[in-house]
Design a protein around this ligand. Sequence first.
Ligand SMILES: CCCCCCCCCCCCCCCCCCCC(=O)SCCNC(=O)CCNC(=O)[C@H](O)C(C)(C)COP(=O)(O)OP(=O)(O)OC[C@H]1O[C@@H](n2cnc3c(N)ncnc32)[C@H](O)[C@@H]1OP(=O)(O)O
Ligand SMILES: Nc1ncnc2c1ncn2[C@@H]1O[C@H](COP(=O)(O)OP(=O)(O)OP(=O)(O)O)[C@@H](O)[C@H]1O
Ligand SMILES: O=C(O)CCC(=O)C(=O)O
Ligand SMILES: [Fe+2]
Ligand SMILES: [Mg+2]
Length: 334
Amino acid sequence: MLSYRPTVAPGSSGRLAVLQRHLSAVPLSGQVTSTVYPTNFCYTLDNNFLTREQRQFYEENGFLVIKNLVSADDIERFRKEFERLCKKEITVPGLLIMRDIAISKSEYVPDQKAITKLQDFQEDPELFRYCSLPQIVKYVECFTGPNIMAMHTMLINKPPDAGKKSSRHPMHQDLHYFPFRPSDHIVCAWTAMERIDRSNGCLVVIPGTHKGTLKQHDYPEWEGGVNKMYHGIRDFDLSIPRVHLVMEKGDTVFFHPLLIHGSGMNKTAGFRKAISCHYASADCHYIDVKGTTQENIETEVVELAKKRYGLSGLTLKDTWMVRGRLINGERTNL
Ligand SMILES: CCCCCCCCCCCCCCCCCCCC(=O)SCCNC(=O)CCNC(=O)[C@H](O)C(C)(C)COP(=O)(O)OP(=O)(O)OC[C@H]1O[C@@H](n2cnc3c(N)ncnc32)[C@H](O)[C@@H]1OP(=O)(O)O
Ligand SMILES: Nc1ncnc2c1ncn2[C@@H]1O[C@H](COP(=O)(O)OP(=O)(O)OP(=O)(O)O)[C@@H](O)[C@H]1O
Ligand SMILES: O=C(O)CCC(=O)C(=O)O
Ligand SMILES: [Fe+2]
Ligand SMILES: [Mg+2]
């Protein structure tokens, strides 16, 4: 059982956050304290699932890698479903199929070679199984608490770079895309569907940046072009040391939405695959992003919704409300 219930009302989030910080600093009964006993856990909840070392690692770094969490069988099933979608053997409502900017103008071939990313697969039962895998949800609950929403789903098929470096994903914070808070109750699960290292463009993170604030994001000025909505942190200082997360098939990283991350170029001939879901506590609340740094992404997403579905007058909040799905507990707010 969790010893803490997340916020329910926007106005009280500040005070409750303070209370949470206080409560999670209370030692667990029966546990031996030592001189290195950690205090002030504020990014993880007390549900006795994470080890103390795992909690401490996430608190300090903003991410946690769990080895071999998703089975090879499940990954094979996700791969097969991905292929069926690419070949248009099936169609799924709401699913967004994105091609890399470098090959978007080339002749259309209905297979995976044209596709860089599937987004919003919440209506595809086979792929959406990923979001409900009990071994993933167990970890997610340590960050969100028991009322869990799957807000955003992706299968990333990073193509071999076409020589323009457009297969890179610029350094960014996922919170830029999300009009809900508090950020500490949002987490991404990202699973490698094969070995991913620097050769095929692994995730790159800047540990500890989850403790900072949301930065201004824009399109980077890249000569070879930038994919739609691939915003990066403005004037990002590339001299800050980056940590490359080398992961084996099935390994899963959980990370905070303020953690600064990106991914490198795919220098191999293969399409490197990962599947991911952003979860949030259903007790989070929506915010209005007008007048904030997130206004630029709202404009783009709302334009896309209009172009695709003919819906006008939407806000960023509306586009998330229709995509979110309950995974566990009760759909309280989101
Ligand atoms: C009822 C409400 C529903 C709301 C739906 C709203 C969906 C919002 C999705 C985005 C939210 C992002 C959330 C992310 C959260 C987590 C953080 C993750 C970070 C990211 O991954 S950000 C990157 C995500 N980017 C996208 O998802 C982009 C979405 N995709 C698209 O907009 C389209 O697929 C795309 C890329 C525009 C292609 O459109 P389509 O019409 O299918 O393609 P065409 O071939 O007809 O081309 C049209 C036009 O677009 C140009 N194009 C093609 N591919 C690209 C590309 N990869 N990048 C940039 N531009 C591209 C193409 O050249 C054409 O241009 P013209 O000048 O010739 O018109
Ligand atoms: N010159 C650059 N300009 C802008 N962004 C960059 C540049 N170099 C790297 N990045 C960003 O840093 C992240 C990771 O790239 P990085 O170069 O560290 O990894 P890599 O390409 O996988 O490995 P390698 O060091 O072997 O090239 C990506 O988000 C990428 O967009
Ligand atoms: O390259 C990837 O697999 C992940 C990129 C990323 O950070 C994202 O889509 O938000
Ligand atoms: Fe991201
Ligand atoms: Mg590089």
